[in-house]
Ligand binder design. Sequence first.
Ligand code: TRP
Length: 366
Amino acid sequence: MESKEKVILTGDRPTGRLHIGHYVGSLRRRVELQNSGEYDEIFIMIADAQALTDNFDNPEKVRQNIIEVALDYLSVGINPERTHIFVQSAVPELTELSFYYMNLVTVQRLQRNPTVKTELEMRNFEGGTPTGFFCYPISQAADITLFKATTVPVGEDQKPMLELTNEIVRRFNHIYGDTLVEPQILLPDNAACMRLPGTDGKAKMSKSLGNCIYLSDSAKELKKKVNSMFTDPQHLTIESPGHLEGNTVFTYLDAFCTDDDFAQFLPEYKNLDELKAHYTRGGLGDGTCKKFLLNVLNSRFEPIRERRAQWEQRIPEVYEILRKGTEAARERGQRTLDEVRRAMQINYFEDKELIAEQAKRFATKQ
Ligand code: TRP
């Protein structure tokens, strides 16, 4: 389908507060894209229905975290005047579209999805895989295509979802005629941002591992977490040469710091390359690096913390933002769904030709 519009759709599951891995992996980018003025419409979805596919027995968790995620969005600078923030379950058009897409995807295709595979291993559902969970990649294709999104800024783990989405779009358009738009994934541009490790150096920052720095952490919590970060276990004295590989402090610096931060907080070095060189050579202590990282993180997150504190005093207004965003999402969604139903020829009551044709067919029978 020819579409000149540039549309962003992305979202998060409301299963916890968002952490700084979400920030470098996607949130920071979303705010930049929003402020670039290059997009005709931007939708950010709180994926509660998807969260329920593996938290169906704990709806309270999802319910509590919708507001947390909304506050995180607003505090990083998502502006509800420019971006529609909406709640997935309140857009029934998504469910309808998912149901039609289920015909276009085989069970075998879903079984090959590497993200779902990993998640299944992690979740270890007793008594088997819930069908809703198994099918969530299809529902994610509906999330994206209902808005005819052209751009989906997400982390690398979402790649298989985007691939499936594009397959569904091609299949749909081939069978029913050009209707849907193929989206493009927009990944973070550096490896550290792609998958920020936990403060303990483990590959994934995750709530269950207790190795997260949350956007909503206080300055005190942040300091404690940075000071206890994993570095190089072989770097026992300041003089000994340090290693960068797997050194979380340096990975975080890769993700966060700029040359300006050196000018401001550590003018002895021009840039991160110089700092790294000194560390590898020996003679640079972890304490100095951690202190610098803390300064960098505070300068990024202090304004975010302040904005969050303000929004926390305006909770009813935040729900109102979600309600309005959801209305806008439904309106946009209904337009696509009308087209989908027409393309699939299931718009029986609006199809004057069909009614006339059937009338004629039965009339000539007599
Ligand atoms: N699966 C995403 C996550 O776990 C959330 C999500 C649901 C999403 N629907 C989406 C992301 C559509 C991008 C586009 O974070």
